[in-house]
Design a protein around this ligand. Structure first.
Ligand code: S6P
Ligand code: ZN
Length: 196
């Protein structure tokens, strides 16, 4: 447990030098927990068996009360890797309160913020050190590591926003972010996307 006082204030050391092993506990997502996130889920299962279930990402959940007026925040580390041609990414989610935005600030690495709204409008915004990305209200958000180093970013959002993972788990994303074979990334339509 921690001593974060959400009523009188506190500071927290994210301890980025030692891979988030400081005072703030992280939630970890291994590939076995998200094989169906990737287009080639069979390749993901094979990687789990043959490569010892790699850690895809971890992020802080500091225990911010889910009440109006508070700001939840933390740091995410998304590790480099690929499943087939598709870069490692987070699961991605809508906020349960759809009309809530979020801000991401990239501390190191490079990647892409992949967003789409319920009407199917899609937006991809590159992420690199020193850049802030505004995730607008109503947009699902997923981060993708397109580099060969960890992508590390700070995030903050309204604490009562809630997380809807089910919609993305059921429908998938419209777009996949894949290796372009030239050291960069490209967007491909996801053949598995379902208009459920
Ligand atoms: C929460 C915020 C981030 C993500 C984290 C992991 O609103 O967007 O903290 O939770 O980057 O991604 P995901 O999609 O597994 O929640
Ligand atoms: Zn969010």
């Amino acid at each position: 447990m921690n001593n974060f006082n959400w009523d009188t204030g506190f500071s927290v050391d994210f301890d980025l030098q030692t891979g988030l092993s400081g005072q703030a506990v992280t939630t970890k997502r291994r590939l076995s927990q998200m094989v169906d996130t990737f287009y080639d889920s069979e390749a993901a299962r094979k990687m789990v068996e043959e490569q010892g279930d790699p850690l895809v990402y971890e992020f802080h959940e500091l225990g911010c009360p889910e009440r109006a007026g508070d700001l939840a925040f933390g740091t995410t580390v998304l590790y480099p890797g690929k499943v087939g041609n598709e870069f490692f990414c987070t699961k991605g989610h809508f906020h349960t309160v759809l009309e809530t935005a979020e801000v991401y600030y990239t501390l190191s690495g490079k990647g892409v913020m992949v967003m789409e709204n319920p009407e199917g409008h899609t937006v991809e915004i590159p992420m690199s050190k020193g850049g802030a990305v505004y995730v607008p209200r109503r947009y699902a958000h997923r981060t993708v590591n397109t580099g060969d180093q960890p992508l590390i970013f700070f995030y903050t959002f309204a604490a009562d926003a809630g997380h809807d993972y089910g919609t993305i788990e059921t429908r998938g994303y419209h777009h996949l972010i894949t290796d372009d074979g030239k050291g960069g990334w490209k967007t491909e339509d996801n053949p598995h996307w379902r208009d459920a």
